[in-house]
Ligand binder design. Structure first.
Ligand SMILES: Nc1nc(=O)c2c([nH]1)NC[C@@H]1CN(c3ccc(C(=O)N[C@@H](CCC(=O)O)C(=O)O)cc3)CN21
Ligand SMILES: CC(C)C(=O)C(=O)O
Ligand SMILES: [Mg+2]
Length: 268
């Protein structure tokens, strides 16, 4: 692994063009950044899920920009080669594209190579604004946890024909607006496959079936460190693993081979 070179945006898009799956995990500190990177993880996401797994909050809503900047800096110091993304937290991009840009600049200066924001059609203007000004953007559709209140819970999205059509139209609009990656969360596998086929940018799934361009999980979930109920899309990679490093290597191997997620065990 040590001969790996830092992944650039072009390198990531080239891998996608060759049909290689992208293995992403969330990461919040320097120690794990180095471990995950050495285990072959392609992309590290400083997720606002740190609100849940680090801060003990019930949702990602309370997470502040300063928290995201702090953890992005921690991960950036430990990272060697993996592509580094960070979530724009709730409130930092909803008001205006200008406000979103200022928040994106803070994350970018802290080391994030790409910023991720949640939401459909209304975010296209913001995605265009940020990406045109030099910071790569990842969109996030399907279950958007920051709007869990309005969505009335953590539920599968795009189940009916109208919802599915809206999701696909939003995905195409976001790609057109300059998004260079899309996270698709908690949608039926067939819909995720259809959207992945329709887009040229990589689509990273979480609870979206095996036919995406790559996968992401929350680190604490796949290492079985999250107490309580686990969503069905999670697999415990510590089961049968000899170490954390081994568990992460297995995750990378299964994502690259297309054997995780299993359509019946982890799909909708
Ligand atoms: N630890 C952790 N893991 C995550 O995957 C995660 C976070 N935190 N925080 C932010 C969001 C919230 N996410 C969630 C939260 C709950 C469900 C959930 O309860 N899913 C159920 C019901 C789905 C349904 O049937 O509608 C499931 O069985 O998957 C899914 C995703 C994903 N993200
Ligand atoms: C689950 C991923 C996609 C995320 O947004 C997060 O960890 O915050
Ligand atoms: Mg997030």
């Amino acid at each position: 692994m040590s001969e790996r070179k830092p992944i650039t945006l072009q390198g990531l898009l080239d891998r996608h063009a060759r049909g290689e799956k992208i293995a992403m995990l969330t990461c919040y500190d320097a120690s794990f950044a180095t471990l995950l990177d050495d285990a072959g993880v392609d992309a590290l996401l400083v997720g606002d899920s740190l609100g849940n797994v680090l801060q003990g909050e019930a949702s990602t809503v309370p997470v502040a920009l300063e928290h995201m900047v702090y953890h992005t800096r921690c991960v950036a110091r430990g990272r060697r080669n993996a592509w580094l993304l960070a979530d724009l937290p709730f409130g930092s991009y909803q008001t205006t594209p200008e406000a979103a840009m200022l928040a994106a600049v803070e994350l970018h200066k802290a080391g994030a190579q790409m910023v991720k924001l949640e939401g459909g059609g209304w975010t296209t203007e913001t995605v265009r604004f940020i990406s045109q000004r030099g910071i790569p953007v990842c969109a996030h559709l399907g279950l958007t946890p920051q709007t869990v209140t309005a969505l009335s819970g953590f539920k599968v999205q795009g189940r009916d024909a109208a919802g599915a059509a809206k999701l696909k139209a939003d995905a195409l609009a976001l790609q057109e607006a300059g998004a260079q990656m899309l996270v698709l969360e908690l949608v039926p596998s067939a819909l995720a496959a259809d959207i992945t086929q329709a887009l040229s940018i990589p689509v990273i799934g979480i609870g979206a079936g095996p036919d995406c361009s790559g996968q992401v999980l929350v680190l604490h979930d796949m290492l079985d460190l999250s107490s309580g109920r686990r969503p069905r899309f999670v697999k415990n990679f510590m089961q049968g693993a000899s170490s954390v490093q081994d568990a992460v290597r297995r995750y990378v191997g299964e994502v690259q081979a297309g054997t995780f997620p299993h359509p019946e065990l982890h799909g909708y």
